[in-house]
Design a protein around this ligand. Structure first.
Ligand SMILES: *Cc1c(COP(=O)(O)O)cnc(C)c1O
Length: 381
């Protein structure tokens, strides 16, 4: 049974594509853990399933939900976000170049730096807040991949996907967007011109901090998509059936969770802006944000649950605050139902160019009055 054609993305997520099992009437998709699949009497594959390093029914079901939320043609799930990124980067030929933000999710950047240092791939960094710097980082005929992240971690600058994709395509580059912190609730990057959207599904898509997963979503099932599908199978970074099933369950509440986190983050950002202990609040939903106009256009259902604060008193004060909150847990990661606080420079290590007085907040879905009181108490210390 398939959902009515015009059901919204939110309805499709809640109903996990509304597929009632024909044999039993079960309304919840099952888990299929088999690692291998028997052929039929004509020695043909049934539904294309061979071996679970390629894919399995539960993974494919989760992929179809995500592709549908992104308005994509196809999706591939991986055992972590970084496994998805590493597989995509494997498609960039030696001698070509990648352009990426200078401040971005550091684990992905670590991979790009390794590709430059070990595998002969050029790397051009741009300032995510400066469209001219992005244009200067893309070289016609040489840049094979333009990697965007928006909003970008942990400065929350917003990149205009439509404008950036036009620049990338004019130079012949593949344009990929890390949309982890926007989630498909608020931005569909493929509709804005991107070729591929990436998410760490560990974050908002799953939303319960109980699995790691990553996903690539494609606009078309073309030659380069077949290469990615082949690479996933050969590198072997596919997601397990149980994690795929948990992810399907998590995505049922994606819209509710994201909208609640966005509303609370905006309330917290407004409360903290002008607080005497704070130098600056970085959040795309604030009128003071340098790309607020782009964010309003591109983030159609909320600005997300992620913000950063620059505190007075330097790194020591920042670390003290991060260890004084009671409700905001001092842990890395983001996009879960529980609120987290982290001193980003400490997590990224000595080479990090993130300011030492920056604290990154991932706002969860707790009572926002409790969260504000918790931050106020920690900032008073
Ligand atoms: C977490 C994260 C990643 C990496 O994903 P993992 O699931 O941790 O491997 C990439 N990009 C962003 C923006 C992230 O937040």
């Amino acid at each position: 049974m398939t959902p009515p054609n015009r059901a919204s993305a939110e309805t499709r997520a809640v109903q996990a594509l509304h597929e009632i099992e024909a044999a039993t009437g079960a309304i919840v998709p099952g888990i299929q853990p088999s690692s291998t699949f028997a052929r039929d009497a004509d020695y043909a594959l049934r539904d294309g399933f061979v071996y679970s390093r390629d894919t399995c029914p539960t993974v494919r079901h989760a992929e179809r939900i995500i592709a549908s939320l992104e308005d994509g043609a196809t999706a591939l799930l991986f055992g972590s976000g970084l496994a998805a990124c590493a597989t995509l980067f494997e498609t960039v030929p030696a001698g070509k170049r990648i352009a990426a933000p200078r401040i971005m999710y550091h684990g992905v950047q670590d991979w790009l730096v390794r590709l430059r240092d070990r595998h002969g791939i050029g790397l051009d960094f741009f300032d995510a807040a400066d469209p001219a710097s992005l244009a200067a980082a893309v070289h016609e005929g040489e840049t094979a991949l333009l990697w965007l992240e928006t909003p970008v971690n942990p400065s929350w600058d917003v990149i205009d996907i439509e404008a950036a994709a036009a620049i990338g395509h004019a130079a012949g580059a593949l344009v990929a967007v890390d949309g982890t912190c926007a989630s498909p609730v608020t931005t569909q990057a493929l509709n804005l011109g991107a070729d591929i959207v990436f998410h760490s599904a560990t974050k908002y898509l799953n939303g319960h901090s109980d699995l790691t997963a990553g996903v690539l979503v494609g606009k078309a099932q073309d030659e380069s998509w077949r290469e990615l599908t082949w690479l996933r199978s050969k590198l072997g970074g596919v997601l397990g059936a149980f994690e795929a099933w948990l992810l399907i369950r998590g995505m049922r509440t994606l819209f509710l969770r994201f909208e609640r986190a966005s509303a609370s983050a905006l309330a917290i950002a407004r409360h903290l802006e002008g607080h005497p202990a704070i130098e600056r609040v970085l959040y795309p939903g604030l009128e003071s944000h340098p790309q607020h106009d782009v964010a309003k256009r591109q983030m159609t259902r909320g600005f997300g649950g992620m913000l950063s604060i620059l505190v007075h008193g330097g790194p020591e004060a920042a670390k003290r605050i991060a260890s004084s909150t009671r409700l905001f847990l001092p842990a890395t990661s983001l996009g879960g139902v529980e609120s987290l606080i982290e001193h980003r420079k400490a997590v990224e290590g000595p080479n990090s160019i993130v300011p030492g007085n920056l604290l990154r907040l991932s706002v969860g879905i707790e009572d926002v009055a409790d969260l504000i009181a918790d931050l106020d108490a920690a900032l008073r210390q």
